[in-house]
Design a protein around this ligand. Structure first.
Ligand code: SF4
Length: 64
């Protein structure tokens, strides 16, 4: 299972992550992206992280 986090100190609120995976990411009224769930069965979160223009999304695969 992956562990997802957003560094809100660098997030610019472009909402690309929310568009790519709204199950996990939500851009709130303060213009920052927040993580709602730690995993998504429909989207590759590593790919979503790579789309972030400021590299604010971290995805780590936790070991068993
Ligand atoms: S893609 Fe990156 S910069 Fe854009 S809202 Fe998501 S975390 Fe923030």
């Amino acid at each position: 299972m992956s562990k997802v986090s957003v560094d809100i100190s660098t997030c610019v609120g472009c909402a690309l992550c929310e568009q790519s995976c709204p199950e996990v990411f939500e851009v709130k009224g303060d213009g920052l992206a927040y993580v709602k769930m730690q995993f998504c069965s429909m989207h590759n979160l590593q790919e979503v992280a790579e789309q972030c223009p400021v590299n604010s999304i971290k995805v780590s695969e936790s070991l068993k």
